[in-house]
Structures are given as C-alpha cells and as structure tokens.
Write a protein of this length. Structure first.
Length: 134
C-alpha cells in the first residue's frame, strides 16, 4: 500500500540490491514507464540502494508490483514501499528501529577531568596540571 510522504510530496519507493553502475538516469528510464516521477535519489556512500518518488499512488503500486524482482544491469532489484521520512525515529530511540536503536547508549565515564590551562607544560609536570572535577 502506497503511503504519502509529506516530506517529498509524493509516494516513495525503496529500490535495493541494485548494481553499483546503476545511476539516476538509468532508474528514471526504468521507472518512468509506470507514471510521472517527482524525484530519484541514488546512494553513493552506501551503494546498492535508491529511492524513487511518484506523484500518484496507483503508479507507485504498479511499479512495486511489476518491477520487484526484475533484472537491471545484471542484478535482481528489490522494490518495495518506503517508510515515510517522518516516521523514522530519532537516532537513539523513538520507535524507528534500526541499527542505531539496537546499540547501547554511549558509555559514561566515572571521572571527569579538566585541564588547568594556566600551567605551563614545559616547566611543570603534566599530571599536576590536570585536576579532577566533581
């Protein structure tokens, strides 16, 4: 079921497991067949995924139904409806679920130290210039 994404003003699809050689124009050519496209974004840092935004929900539904599992440049691509951008949670919690929410929170250290900047490290021992803060 296509869900309207207010952030992008359309119906967003996730395209996964694509070849590293696939670019924006390749995806536009492949998915333009199903209806008017508002935006195409191809990841460069995490290669193998992209997003396509459709103007109408019927076009997004048809694109998922007909292009999921098709081969594009030698790789079988995975096409599914993307979650709306605003429904993803904050980095450490918020209900989005993801790799970051499964990690433990940052470690808190027992002692905190502050450096006394009035000490000259050339004349005094460095250990004497650090004082323990409460």
């Amino acid at each position: 079921m296509a869900i309207f994404d207010r952030t992008y003003g359309g119906y967003r699809l996730f395209i996964g497991d694509i070849s590293n050689r696939v670019g924006k124009y390749d995806l536009e050519r492949e998915f333009d067949y199903y209806g008017p496209i508002l935006d195409v974004w191809v990841a460069r840092s995490a290669q193998g995924l992209a997003f396509v935004v459709y103007k109408y929900p019927e076009d997004a539904e048809r694109a998922v139904r007909e292009s999921n599992g098709r081969i594009l440049q030698g790789r079988r691509m995975r096409v599914e409806h993307a979650r709306p951008y605003e429904s993803r949670g904050a980095r450490y919690g918020g209900g989005g679920g993801g790799a970051m929410s499964r990690r433990s929170p940052p470690r808190r250290y027992r002692f905190r130290y502050k450096i006394n900047h009035s000490c000259s490290l050339l004349r005094h021992n460095f250990a004497m210039c650090i004082t323990r803060a409460l």
